[in-house]
Design a protein around this ligand. Structure first.
Ligand SMILES: [Zn+2]
Length: 360
C-alpha cells in the first residue's frame, strides 16, 4: 500500500463549486457548477435550469471563480463517532439536549466547525428570547445526552440546554420596553394634537427626520431604542446658535414635543425656528385629501400644512394632526387631509415651505 506523506500542518482542499462567465468583458452571463456531496454528482446552475452534468464537463470549463472545501480526515472520524453514538444512545441517558441546527450543519460540512454555538436560539441567560419563542424549536434539534457530552467534550461551547423556556429576565425587559413604547407614543401624540390646535405657535423646533424615523420605528414597529437626538446633519452653528441648513430633511414640532423627546434621549443641538408673520404668495393653500400622507410615509419633499401663517426654512415635514395614537403608525392615517405633499415654496430670504396649523 502506497501512502502519500503530507508535511504536518498542510491542509488539502477539494473543489466544491465554480462560476463561469460567458460573453465579453462588457456583457455576458454567469453560470455555476456545484458538487452535491450526498450523491457525488455535479450540477450546472443556469438561471432557473439545474442540470446534472459529467465531471469531465466541469473539468474543461473556463472557471471564473473557484470554491474549495477544506478536507479533514479528523472530522470524518468525528462525524462517524457521533453517528454511532446517536444509534447506540437513543434510549439511554436521563436527559435530552437541544443543539443549534446551524451548528450541526457546520459539524456536518466544515473541516473546522468551531465551538458549539446555541446562541441563535438561546439568550445569554440560557433561556429562549421572547421574540424567538414561536420558532425556537425550529432552530434546534434534540440529541441524546451521550452525543451532547461527546460533542461538548470535543468542541466545547454551549450553553447546554435541556429544556426550552422563555427567559423571564428577557421577558421582563421586553415588557418594560413595550411599556416605554406605548407611553412615549401616547404622550407624544397628545402633545402633537395640542400643537395642531395652536393657531400661531411662538416657538417651533426642528428635529432631523433621520433620527425621528428611528424613534418612530421604535414606538410603532418594535424597533431598537434610539440613541440621542442627532441634529448635527441638519444645522450649522452661527453666533453660538444652531441654525437650520437650507434643504435639510427635518420635521417641525412644538417646544413641548421637542423637550419631551429631549428629556428622554438627550442629544441635539436644539434648533429653534423663529416663525415670521410673512405668508408667501406662492404657498399652496389647497388641502388635497387624496395626496395626504402620514408621517410614516412622508417623502423627502416638503410637507406643508395648508393655509399657513408662518415661514420656516428648509424641507419641512409637519406632523400629522390626530388625537389618535394611531396617527404615527396607521397607514390609514394617510387619509387624514391635513398634509399636502410636494409643495416647494420660496420666500424672500430662503426657500421655505409654509407651515400651517389646521384645526381638525
Ligand atoms: Zn434572557
Amino acid at each position: 500500500m502506497f501512502l502519500i506523506a503530507y508535511p504536518r500542518g498542510v491542509a488539502t482542499y477539494d473543489l466544491a463549486a465554480l462560476i463561469c462567465h460567458h460573453g465579453t468583458a462588457g456583457s455576458g452571463h454567469y453560470t455555476a457548477y456545484c458538487l452535491n456531496y450526498l450523491n457525488d454528482q455535479w450540477y450546472e446552475f443556469d438561471d432557473q435550469y439545474v442540470t446534472a452534468v459529467d465531471a469531465e464537463i466541469v473539468r474543461n470549463c473556463e472557471a471564473y471563480v473557484l470554491f474549495y472545501r477544506k478536507c479533514g480526515d479528523e472530522m470524518i472520524k468525528k462525524r462517524q463517532c457521533a453517528v454511532e453514538l446517536m444509534k447506540r444512545s437513543q434510549n439511554e441517558g436521563l436527559l435530552k439536549f437541544h443543539i443549534s441546527k446551524q451548528w450541526v450543519n457546520k459539524f456536518n460540512n466544515f473541516a473546522e466547525p468551531g465551538p458549539i454555538s446555541n446562541s441563535d436560539f438561546l439568550c445569554i441567560h440560557g433561556g429562549v428570547p421572547p421574540q424567538k419563542a414561536t420558532f425556537a424549536e425550529e432552530l434546534c434539534t434534540i440529541i441524546p445526552q451521550a452525543v451532547w457530552e461527546y460533542l461538548h467534550d470535543t468542541f466545547s461551547g454551549g450553553p447546554p440546554c435541556t429544556h426550552l423556556y422563555i427567559c423571564p429576565i428577557c421577558q421582563a425587559e421586553q415588557n418594560n420596553l413595550n411599556e416605554k413604547r406605548k407611553r412615549e407614543l401616547e404622550e407624544f401624540t397628545a402633545l402633537n394634537a395640542a400643537f395642531q390646535r395652536l393657531e400661531n405657535p411662538s416657538v417651533v423646533y426642528a428635529i432631523g427626520m433621520n433620527w425621528f424615523k428611528i424613534w418612530e420605528i421604535f414606538v410603532c414597529k418594535n424597533g431598537e431604542v434610539p440613541g440621542p437626538i442627532d441634529n448635527s446633519a441638519i444645522c450649522y452653528v452661527k453666533n453660538n446658535q444652531a441654525v437650520l441648513k437650507q434643504g435639510s430633511d427635518f420635521c417641525s414640532m412644538s417646544k413641548e414635543m421637542y423637550q419631551y423627546l429631549h428629556n428622554i434621549y438627550g442629544g441635539g443641538p436644539d434648533i429653534i425656528l423663529q416663525p415670521t408673520a410673512k405668508v408667501s404668495s406662492q404657498s399652496s393653500t389647497t388641502s388635497n385629501p387624496g395626496q395626504s400622507k402620514s408621517l410614516s410615509t412622508v417623502s423627502n419633499h416638503a410637507q406643508v400644512h395648508t393655509s399657513s401663517k408662518m415661514n420656516l426654512s428648509s424641507h419641512s415635514h409637519t406632523l400629522p394632526c390626530s388625537n389618535s395614537s394611531k396617527s404615527l403608525c396607521d397607514p390609514e392615517h394617510g387619509k387624514n387631509p391635513t398634509l399636502t405633499e410636494n409643495t416647494e415654496i420660496s420666500s424672500p430670504d430662503q426657500n421655505v415651505p409654509i407651515l400651517k396649523h389646521t384645526k381638525i
